[in-house]
Design a protein around this ligand. Structure first.
Ligand code: MGD
Ligand code: MGD
Ligand code: MO
Length: 689
C-alpha cells in the first residue's frame, strides 16, 4: 500500500460485496477492533488500487448510527417502521414457530426473496438455500437485473462468457453500449481510457448523455428499447459493404442465413426512423465498426431492461462474429464474465434436500402481483410468509404501488434480514440484524473480470448482528433440521464454493486467484454451445428480431398519445441500487431525486430547471426535481434511481411508475420500457397536499 501501516494497525484482505461488475479487491485497515480505512488493493489487476466513492466510504456504512444491531419486532402498523428490541431467542423461536405452522399446511406458502445485496457465494445463496430447500418453500426466479441478457448470451454463445476486460486497452474501437461505465463499471473505464490514449475511437450508445458519453468521441442517443433495430441496420450495412468475415461465419456461426434475410429489410433509413437517429449515424457506425480492427463492444445491462432486451442482446452479440472480431484478443464483446467460474452451486445450495418435492417458482420481478394473488390451482397457495435477505424489494421492484400493497397485507408474515430499516424492513414483522462485509467471511466471483476473491472478516460482528448464514443455521436448528449440512461453518462453505478448482489456501494467502482462461477465447470458435458455434438460429432457438417496447408509439399508440414521454431510470452515480441512499455524505452529493428532461419537453409544460415535478402514468405518481442540464434527449426523461421512498419526496420513488410486464427472454422486468407524462407541481391540475 502507498500509505504506511502503523504498528497498532493490521491490514485484512477483503472483496467488495456489491452488485457491480468490478468486484474490487480491498485492503481493510483495522486499528484495535475498528476499521479505519477501506482501500482498493493496488496489486489486484483490475482494481489497481482505486475504489469508487461509495465503497471507499464502506466503513461509514458499517458504523452508521442507524445500523440495525439487535433483532426487532413490529409493534406499529406495517410500513410505519415501529419496532421494539427483542432477544435472538425470542425472535428465532417465534419465527420458527410461524414458519413451521404455515409449512405444515403448505410449505410453498413460504417464499424467500433475495438478490445481490451481497454478491458473496457464502452470504448469498448457500445456507439460506439449504434452509428453504429443506423446508420445501417456493423457489425464487432471480430475474430482477440481468436474466434477459443472460438468457440471450446463453442462447447465442452457450453461456455468460466474453472478452477479458484487460484487453479492451488494446482495441482500436470500443462501442460502449447501454453502459454508463464511469458510474457503474469504473474499472473498465480505466482500460477504455488507455485505449483512447493509444488512438482508439470510443462511441457511446445510450439514450442519456451520461458522464461516459461526455468523454467518448461520439454519442449515439437512440430511443430506449431500439437497440435491436440499430443492430439490424448495422448488419444490413455490413452485408451491403461486404464487410463480413465469410470464413469466420462459415466455420463458427450457426444459422446465419436467417439473419441475413431479415437484415436485408433493415435499411439505415428504416433503422434510423425507429431509433430516432439519422441514417448517416447508422451508416457511419457500421463503417467504423467494420474498419476498426480489433473492435470491441462493452455491452451492459442497461439496454436489456425493455421488452425486446433479450433479442437485442442476441443481435448485438452476433456482430463480432460477422466481422471476425473474435480472432483478436482485443476484439469481441463483454456483457458478463460470470459463466467462466466453476462454481459448485449444488454443493452450496443442496437442491437434493428437496427430495421428491418440486415446489413452484415465484418470479421476484412480479412480486407485487404475486403477493396480491389468491390461492388457485394454477398459482398454488396464497403467499403467507416472506423471508427477505440481501434485497430491498419495496424500493427496487417494479410497480411499487402494488408491491407496497402486498407487503402491507396484515395476513402476511414477513422477516427481513438487514443492515438498516429500509422501506422493506419497515414492513417486516421481524427485522434481523445482519453483518456487513467487514464482519463476515466470504468468497466472490465477478461478472466483469475473471478472478476469484476472498473477503476475510476484518472485525467481530457489531452489536448482536449475525451473518446471514448463521441466522439460517440457527433457524434450521429451531426447526429441528438435523441434516449434517446445517453444521457447516462459513469456512467450510467457502471451501465448498469452488471445490478443488480454486484452492481456498491460495485465496487466503494471496487474496485472489486468476482463473486460467484462453487469451482470445473464441478466435477459433469454441463457444460453449453443443456445436461450438455461435447460434443465430438453431434447433429450439429462433433467429433474433427487433421487438418494440411494451409501451411505445409503435406498439401502443393510444397510450403514447396520453403519456408521450419514454422514461428510463438508470442508477444515480453515488448510490448502488437502493444501497447507500441512507449514507448522508453520498446522499448530499446526489442532492435530491431528479428527473432529467429536455428543454423542448420542459418548455411547453412550463417546467424550469429545479422545479418540483409530478411524473405520472396510470400506475402512480413520483415527485422529484426537474433537471434541464442537457442529459436527456427529446421525448425521453431520465428518472435517476433508486431512492428510498421514505428519503425521497412525498414518500415516492421512480418505481411508482414502472410496470411488471416481462422481457422477451429471461422473464426479467422492463424497467426502461415505460411511458409517463410530467407536470410542474405549481401548474399541476391536481391538488397536492
Ligand atoms: N454507481 C452505481 N454503480 C452500479 C449500480 C448502481 O446503482 N450505481 N448498479 C449495479 C448494478 S445492480 C448493475 S446491474 C449495473 C448496471 O449497470 P449497467 O449494466 O451499465 O446498466 P444501467 O446502469 O441500468 O444502464 C446503463 C446505461 O444504459 C442506458 N440505457 C437505458 N436504456 C437503454 C436502451 O434502451 N438502450 C441503450 N443502448 N442504453 C440504454 C442508461 O441510460 C444507462 O446510462 O451497475 C452496477 N453498478
Ligand atoms: N426503476 C429501476 N428499478 C431497478 C433498477 C433500475 O435501474 N431502475 N435496477 C434493478 C437492478 S439492476 C437490480 S440488481 C435491483 C437491485 O435490487 P437489490 O438487490 O434489492 O439491491 P439494493 O437496493 O442494493 O438492496 C440490497 C439490500 O441488501 C442489504 N444487504 C447488503 N448486504 C447484506 C448482507 O450481507 N446481509 C443482508 N441480510 N442484507 C444485506 C442492503 O443493506 C440493501 O438494503 O434493482 C432493480 N430495480
Ligand atoms: Mo443489477
Amino acid at each position: 500500500m502507498s500509505s504506511t501501516v502503523r504498528e497498532t494497525e493490521r491490514v485484512v484482505r477483503g472483496a467488495c460485496p456489491h452488485d457491480c461488475p468490478d468486484t474490487c479487491a480491498l485492503r481493510i485497515t483495522v486499528e484495535g477492533d475498528r476499521v479505519t480505512r477501506v482501500q482498493g488493493d493496488p496489486d489486484h489487476p483490475t482494481t489497481h488500487g482505486a475504489l469508487c466513492t461509495k465503497v471507499s466510504r464502506y466503513a461509514e456504512r458499517t458504523y452508521h448510527a442507524e445500523r440495525v444491531l439487535h433483532p426487532l419486532k413490529r409493534v406499529g402498523p406495517k410500513g410505519r417502521g415501529e419496532f421494539v428490541r427483542v432477544g435472538w431467542d425470542e425472535a428465532l423461536a417465534d419465527i420458527a414457530g410461524r414458519l413451521a405452522a404455515i409449512a405444515a399446511r403448505d410449505p410453498e406458502a413460504v417464499v424467500p426473496y433475495s438478490y445481490a445485496g451481497t454478491m458473496g457465494l457464502v452470504q448469498g445463496e448457500s445456507m439460506a438455500q439449504r434452509f428453504f430447500h429443506r423446508l420445501g418453500a417456493s423457489l425464487l426466479d432471480r430475474t430482477i437485473c440481468a436474466s434477459a441478457g443472460a438468457e440471450a448470451l446463453t442462447q447465442s454463445y452457450g453461456g455468460k462468457v466474453g472478452m477479458h476486460v484487460e484487453h479492451f486497452a488494446e482495441a482500436r474501437l470500443i462501442l460502449i453500449w447501454g453502459s454508463n461505465s464511469i458510474a457503474s463499471n469504473l474499472h473498465f473505464w480505466t482500460y477504455a481510457q488507455q485505449a483512447k490514449r493509444n488512438g482508439a475511437r470510443l462511441i457511446c450508445i445510450d439514450p442519456r448523455r451520461t458522464e461516459t458519453a461526455d468523454k467518448c468521441h461520439q454519442h449515439i442517443a437512440l430511443r430506449p428499447g431500439t437497440d435491436g433495430a440499430l443492430a439490424l441496420g448495422l448488419v444490413h450495412e455490413l452485408i451491403r459493404d461486404d464487410a463480413l468475415d465469410h470464413d469466420y461465419i462459415e466455420r463458427y456461426v450457426e444459422g446465419w442465413p436467417a439473419l441475413r434475410d431479415k437484415a436485408l429489410a433493415w435499411t439505415p433509413e428504416r433503422a434510423a426512423e425507429v431509433c430516432g437517429l439519422t441514417p448517416d449515424e447508422v451508416r457511419g457506425l457500421a463503417r467504423d465498426y467494420a474498419a476498426a480492427k480489433p473492435a470491441a463492444i462493452r455491452l451492459n445491462y442497461g439496454m436489456q431492461r425493455v421488452r425486446g432486451g433479450g433479442n437485442a442482446v442476441r443481435l448485438i452479440a452476433t456482430l463480432p462474429c460477422l466481422v471476425g472480431a473474435w480472432r483478436h484478443r482485443a476484439g469481441g464483446l463483454l456483457l458478463s464474465s460470470s459463466g467462466w467460474y466453476p462454481i459448485a452451486h449444488a454443493a452450496l445450495q443442496r437442491p437434493d434436500l428437496l427430495g421428491a418435492r418440486r415446489p413452484r417458482t415465484i418470479n421476484m420481478s412480479t412480486i407485487g402481483d404475486e403477493l396480491l394473488r389468491e390461492a388457485s390451482p394454477a398459482f398454488g397457495p396464497r403467499i403467507e410468509a416472506l423471508v427477505v435477505y440481501n434485497s430491498n424489494p419495496v424500493a427496487v421492484a417494479p410497480e411499487s404501488p402494488k408491491v407496497v400493497r402486498g407487503f402491507a397485507r396484515e395476513d402476511l408474515f414477513t422477516v427481513v434480514l438487514e443492515h438498516f430499516l429500509t422501506d422493506t424492513a419497515d414492513h417486516a414483522d421481524y427485522v434481523l440484524p445482519a453483518t456487513t462485509q467487514l464482519e463476515h467471511l466470504d468468497v466472490h466471483r465477478s461478472y466483469g473480470h475473471t478472478s476469484v476473491l476472498i473477503n476475510e472478516a476484518a472485525v467481530a460482528p457489531l452489536g448482536e448482528a449475525l451473518p446471514n448464514t448463521e441466522i439460517f443455521r440457527r433457524l434450521a436448528a429451531r426447526m429441528g433440521y438435523g441434516d449434517a449440512c446445517f453444521a457447516d461453518d462459513d469456512e467450510a462453505l467457502a471451501r465448498q464454493a469452488f471445490g478443488e478448482r480454486v484452492r481456498f489456501e491460495d485465496l487466503r494467502e494471496r487474496g485472489w486467484v486468476q482463473l486460467p482462461l484462453p487469451e482470445a477465447p473464441f478466435a477459433q470458435g469454441g463457444f460453449p454451445t453443443p456445436s461450438g458455434r455461435c447460434r443465430v438460429e438453431a434447433p429450439g432457438i429462433a433467429c433474433p428480431d427487433f421487438l418494440p417496447n411494451h409501451e411505445s408509439a409503435l406498439s401502443t399508440p393510444e397510450l403514447a398519445a396520453r403519456y408521450p414521454l419514454a422514461m428510463i431510470s438508470p442508477p444515480a452515480r453515488n448510490f448502488l441500487n437502493s444501497s447507500f441512499v441512507n449514507v448522508k455524505s453520498l446522499r448530499d452529493i446526489e442532492g435530491e431525486p431528479l428527473l432529467e428532461i429536455h428543454a423542448d419537453d420542459a418548455a411547453p409544460r412550463g417546467i424550469v430547471d429545479g422545479a418540483l415535478v409530478r411524473v405520472f402514468n396510470d400506475r402512480g405518481e413520483y415527485f422529484c426535481k426537474a433537471s434541464l442540464g442537457g442529459r436527456a434527449r427529446p421525448g425521453v426523461v431520465n428518472g435517476l434511481g433508486i431512492w428510498w421512498r421514505k428519503l425521497g419526496l412525498r414518500g415516492s420513488n421512480v418505481n411508482e411508475l414502472t410496470h411488471q410486464r416481462l422481457t422477451d427472454l429471461g422473464r426479467a422486468p422492463s424497467f426502461y420500457d415505460c411511458l409517463v407524462d410530467v407536470h410542474s407541481v405549481a401548474a399541476s391540475p391536481r391538488p397536492l397536499g
